[in-house]
Design a protein. Structure first.
Length: 144
């Protein structure tokens, strides 16, 4: 993967320890580039100029919660298909059902182990890679 472009992962989480932990684990074990910000406002500022491959989004944050943030990015044409893994300490079936309706790719329940974090992120990144390869193969096989 060294010769390939690294995946870009954005983490939005107000918990300093989780941001540092997730950034370290993902960069070390998956060789991805991780940008970690503390607030949804910082997340929107990053997204104005960048389009990450994956967003890991905390659901419980002050000022704006992750659910509201997710609804806003789904309403934005440029961001509506962004791959998202919400993370939360709340194990609510209703919340999970609402998030599924907003097109999440997976769900991380905190506290999370290295193995679970890497497994869930890796699965989504593998899906993204296969989708990009499939799109490339389809466009290269189309007649000119």
């Amino acid at each position: 993967m060294d010769s390939e472009k690294k995946f870009l992962v954005l983490i939005i989480d107000d918990d300093d320890l989780f941001r540092q932990y997730a950034k370290f684990i993902l960069e070390k074990q998956l060789n991805v580039e991780v940008v970690a910000v503390k607030t949804p406002k910082e997340g929107f500022e990053f997204l104005e100029k960048n389009l990450p491959d994956l967003l890991i989004l905390d659901m419980e944050m002050p000022v704006m919660d992750g659910y509201t943030f997710l609804r806003r990015i789904r309403a934005d044409k440029r961001l509506e298909k962004l791959h998202v893994i919400p993370c939360t300490a709340l194990a609510s079936k209703d919340l999970f059902a609402s998030l599924l309706r907003l097109g999440i790719d997976d769900y991380i329940l905190k506290p999370v182990t290295d193995k679970v974090l890497v497994s869930k992120v890796s699965r989504v990144l593998d899906y993204i890679k296969k989708t990009k390869e499939s799109d490339t193969n389809e466009s290269s096989s189309e007649p000119s």
